[in-house]
Design a protein around this ligand. Structure first.
Ligand SMILES: *[C@@H]1O[C@H](CO)[C@@H](O)[C@H](O)[C@H]1NC(C)=O
Ligand SMILES: *[C@@H]1O[C@H](CO)[C@@H](O)[C@H](O)[C@H]1NC(C)=O
Ligand SMILES: [Ca+2]
Ligand SMILES: [Ca+2]
Length: 208
């Protein structure tokens, strides 16, 4: 015996000791991780409750704002805080479409938005439109489809006594088939067939 046995016993004892040490260090790591998660979750819960408190406060404010426009809203969004795509110019609101369609569809689209195709009745308005349309084609509320050569603004504005801005040589009723007007290069007006597809401009008064 016994030299050798003793040696073996000693080794078993050493191994066990080592195993226990490792176990303890694992336990510590898990404990720290656990604490860390608890901390994170607490922080998350606190911030969540703050956000929901703020949003419920906002919800309380909302109905008041819908009932009447505060002066601040009116300055920021004169065409209504709920319709930021409408641009304000000189007492009216304008929408420049992002899709192309025929003159008839464009007219209907404006009506659906409680507005109508734009009436360009002054050089100031022409300038505003010209600046925004940048040589792109946009329908306006002008047509001679009822009677060839008798141009009419869709709101009844008298054509003969009002501002015009036709391109040189237009309207030319090309192919006897051009009865709707759009703005084009430098914002100048051209007549084209009404089923042509281009962008459009709607106009509406300020909300009450
Ligand atoms: C708009 O609301 C404010 C309070 O939020 C009120 O004092 C004011 O009289 C209202 N204005 C109109 C025109 O209803
Ligand atoms: C008439 O107008 C159309 C655009 O609507 C243009 O393409 C055409 O060249 C014009 N024709 C003449 C003869 O100016
Ligand atoms: Ca025509
Ligand atoms: Ca033409």
């Amino acid at each position: 015996m016994d030299e050798e046995h003793l040696h073996d016993d000693l080794r078993v004892f050493k191994d066990r000791n080592f195993f226990q040490l490792r176990l303890r260090s694992f336990f510590t790591v898990y404990l720290l991780l656990g604490l860390f998660f608890v901390l994170i979750i607490t922080l998350f819960a606190v911030s969540l409750s703050r956000v929901s408190a703020i949003s419920s406060k906002l919800n309380e404010v909302q109905p008041e704002r819908k009932q009447n426009f505060s002066d601040r809203d009116f300055l920021l969004f004169p065409c209504g805080p709920g319709s930021r795509e409408w641009e304000y110019f000189n007492g009216k609101c304008y929408y420049f479409s992002l899709t192309r369609m025929s003159w008839y569809k464009a007219k209907a689209q404006c009506e659906e938005m409680h507005s109508q195709l734009v009436i360009i009745n002054s050089y100031a308005k022409q300038n505003f439109v010209m600046f925004r349309t940048r040589n792109e084609r946009f329908w306006i509320g002008l047509t001679d489809e009822n009677s060839e050569g008798e141009w009419e603004w869709i709101d009844g504005t008298d054509y003969k006594t009002t501002f015009t801005f036709w391109k040189e040589g237009e309207p030319n009723n090309s192919n006897n088939n051009e009865d709707c007007a759009h703005v084009w290069i430098s914002g100048k007006w051209n007549d084209v067939y009404c089923t042509y597809e281009c962008y459009y401009i709607c106009e509406k008064p300020l909300p009450n």
